[in-house]
Ligand binder design. Structure first.
Ligand SMILES: *[C@@H]1O[C@H](CO)[C@@H](O)[C@H](O)[C@H]1NC(C)=O
Ligand SMILES: *[C@@H]1O[C@H](CO)[C@@H](O)[C@H](O)[C@H]1NC(C)=O
Length: 200
């Protein structure tokens, strides 16, 4: 029964995702608008909590450098969350620092808070903003070995592990996860869905 519910929520998440995003460039019709002109310190901004999650610099190998860790930044709005049976809306940031006003800059919270009562999270991309490994931007970008961990595959895995950890911490193991993001960030979403719902 639980497995069936889980399967159903996975399918539902994927279906909603696919209606938001497709590979055919329908991103322009997304119901999520970027509100670049958003005023600072709106109500939502006050609700936006910035958090950190410890990530390994390398999710895939067992080399010496692979065990280096860094602090990965994410933001959360939990005020509207309906609890463990309600969804988690995860917004993936692209190739830029995450804005301090991230929770109000997308219309995500406005548009979906009352309808779905989700937990909203916004995930910064590694090597941008405050989510930079090796202690500093200069060090992270200094040579091919430090740059070797800068890539989409690692970034998707960051998001997957962060979301799974959050689900575990909230005992929300079966919360459907709806992922959003535009352009490059959005193109990572189908891969993220598969990672969150590995085939049995
Ligand atoms: C690359 O840069 C890192 C961080 O600055 C440094 O620790 C490491 O020794 C460098 N590696 C090479 C091969 O230059
Ligand atoms: C979940 O809890 C652990 C233990 O407190 C913490 O280290 C980790 O950062 C939390 N996960 C997230 C995504 O915040």
């Amino acid at each position: 029964m639980v497995a069936a519910a889980h399967f159903f929520s996975s399918v539902a998440a994927a279906a909603v995702l696919l209606s938001f995003f497709s590979w055919s460039g329908s991103v322009a019709s997304l119901p999520i608008r970027l509100k670049k002109e958003a005023a600072h310190s709106t109500d939502q901004e006050d609700l936006c909590v910035h958090k950190w999650y410890t990530q390994p610099v390398d999710h895939f190998n067992y080399g010496e450098d692979s065990y280096v860790e860094f602090q990965h930044k994410y933001a959360m709005v939990d005020k509207y969350w309906g609890g463990p049976s309600s969804p988690i809306f995860a917004y993936l940031e692209g190739e830029d620092a995450m804005s301090p006003d991230v929770c109000s800059e997308t219309s995500l919270v406005d548009a979906y808070a009352s309808r779905f009562r989700p937990l909203f999270i916004f995930i910064e991309h590694r090597y941008y903003g405050d989510s930079v490994p090796f202690g500093s931007r200069d060090a992270a970008f200094s040579n091919t070995s430090t740059l070797g961990f800068f890539g989409a595959a690692q970034a998707v895995q960051d998001a997957a592990e962060l979301i799974l950890s959050l689900r575990q911490n909230l005992s929300a193991h079966y919360s459907p996860v709806i992922v959003a993001g535009g352009s490059y960030a959005g193109s990572k979403n189908p891969i993220l869905i598969i990672k969150l719902n590995p085939p049995a």
